[in-house]
Design a protein around this ligand. Structure first.
Ligand SMILES: [Zn+2]
Length: 434
């Protein structure tokens, strides 16, 4: 399996003001080019990379920005990518709006309409700098000859022809290990606050693990994850279930939140900034830990991961579920899933994310959605009478959603005759590239 990993390396603290000024100007110009591209894409309804390559567009951006052809193309790709993700987000949003309209829930609809995703360069953050990719045409990462100052540097083209800018990086040792393992694909220059970082994409080969079972993972609100091991030749047993708890994360974040509130009340802005950064680092640390735990228990598995996707739209402000919303703010499912992918990829374990929206309210035994949650942690099925742990029910649904017949899969897993068929289903899941 080919693994890509992004390593975020700060540029060296001894970088001169002059160089930073050149970088500022370059990144501002690149952002301008992305904006011009964005306008072209909107005006001409461009949806493919091929359309983007039409010479008249390329020339128009080049004339207006004075950038080299390589930069112009990279900015175009960036703009197209921004439009692609906007369109995806917008169509999801539209689907939810349609449903809410059909249900006639006016106050919910109003909240939802306020949250329409905005087009690139139209929204609140339309003035921020857009990081673009540098590849062999516009920049490269090199080993430094002045190893004392820094082992690594980047060289980027500037606004002046034939003039390159050399910037030393300040990589921690564990990043260097990564960079040595693989081939550097490309990098981005990203400004966070006043500091620049090089986000370097490294690519390397990891040996695939064979797939002998499926591990279903449900990310939740009240705990990190509930997981279940689905094996083709065995019914579910107690040891196939595991819960990864986040008590420590919760405790630490609560402490930090308290500090943040105090600093806010005392108007200590600088300290507040530092404290917020610390809170983010702590959250990232615990998410990484969760991801590691999932990877550790998933040898020879296909990991199937799901999360309460619609929860952010459905738990809008003012629907009375304040406590649930407060719990949710701690969760960054996108980040945990990214970490799980990364940690599993390191071990040659594949991860997929099915579109399993109903996993938490579908009965895993009979497939019925006619269910109820008598408590937060239990699910009751009106159709077949099953009473089950709600977290594990969701994890089973997610794990088996990639099997041939998702409905009645609980029966398949427990029924002695049907158990015989399971290996084929797993093989076929592997055969279509999962
Ligand atoms: Zn049922």
């Amino acid at each position: 399996m080919l693994v890509q990993r992004t390593v975020k390396v700060p540029i060296h603290y001894a970088t001169t003001k002059n160089k930073l000024h050149v970088l500022d100007r370059l990144t501002a110009r690149l952002t301008y080019a992305v904006k011009l591209w964005s306008e072209i894409i909107e005006r001409h309804g461009i949806r493919t990379r091929r359309k983007l390559q039409q010479l008249e567009y390329q020339h128009s951006v080049r004339d207006q920005t004075g950038l080299s052809a390589g930069f112009v193309q990279q900015c175009g790709n960036q703009a197209l990518w921004m439009w692609e993700s906007y369109r995806e987000l917008h169509s999801k949003w539209q689907k939810v709006v349609g449903k809410v309209r059909a249900r006639g829930n006016e106050s919910w609809l109003r909240k939802l309409l306020e949250r329409e995703p905005s087009k690139p360069f139209h929204g609140k953050n339309s003035n921020r700098k857009i990081p673009t990719r540098f590849d062999y045409r516009t920049g490269e990462v090199q080993q430094s000859e002045h190893a004392k100052l820094s082992p690594l540097l980047i060289r980027v083209s500037t606004l002046k022809k034939h003039e390159k800018l050399t910037i030393f990086l300040n990589p921690p040792n564990y990043h260097l290990e990564f960079l040595k393992r693989g081939e550097i694909r490309d990098f981005q220059l990203v400004k966070h606050g006043k500091k620049y970082y090089a986000h370097i994409v490294v690519q390397y080969e990891v040996e695939d693990q064979p797939i002998r079972a499926v591990r279903g993972v449900d990310l939740g609100i009240r705990r990190s994850a509930a997981t279940v091991l689905l094996r083709p030749d065995r019914p579910l047993m107690r040891r196939d279930f595991s819960i990864i708890r986040d008590g420590l994360k919760r405790q630490r974040l609560n402490q930090l939140n308290k500090r943040v509130t105090e600093l806010q009340q005392n108007k200590k802005w600088e300290a507040l900034k530092r404290m917020r950064r610390k809170r983010r680092r702590v959250a990232e640390y615990y998410d990484r830990l969760t991801a590691n735990q999932i990877a550790d228990i998933s040898s020879e598995c296909l990991v199937v991961i799901g999360y309460p996707k619609w929860i952010k739209y459905e738990n809008y402000r003012g629907n009375g579920k304040r406590k649930l919303r407060r719990l949710m703010t701690r969760w960054t499912y996108g980040r945990i899933i990214r970490y799980v992918r990364e940690e599993c990829a390191e071990k040659g374990i594949k991860v997929i994310r099915p579109d399993e929206r109903w996993s938490s309210m579908t009965c895993h035994r009979c497939g019925s959605r006619n269910t109820e949650r008598p408590t937060q942690s239990a699910i009751y099925c009106y159709n077949c009478g099953l009473v089950y742990n709600a977290d594990f029910n969701a994890a089973i649904n997610i794990g088996s959603s990639i099997l041939a017949e998702p409905r009645s899969r609980g029966v398949q897993l427990n029924h002695p005759e049907l158990r015989m068929n399971q290996p084929e289903r797993l093989v076929s899941a592997g055969a279509i590239g999962l």
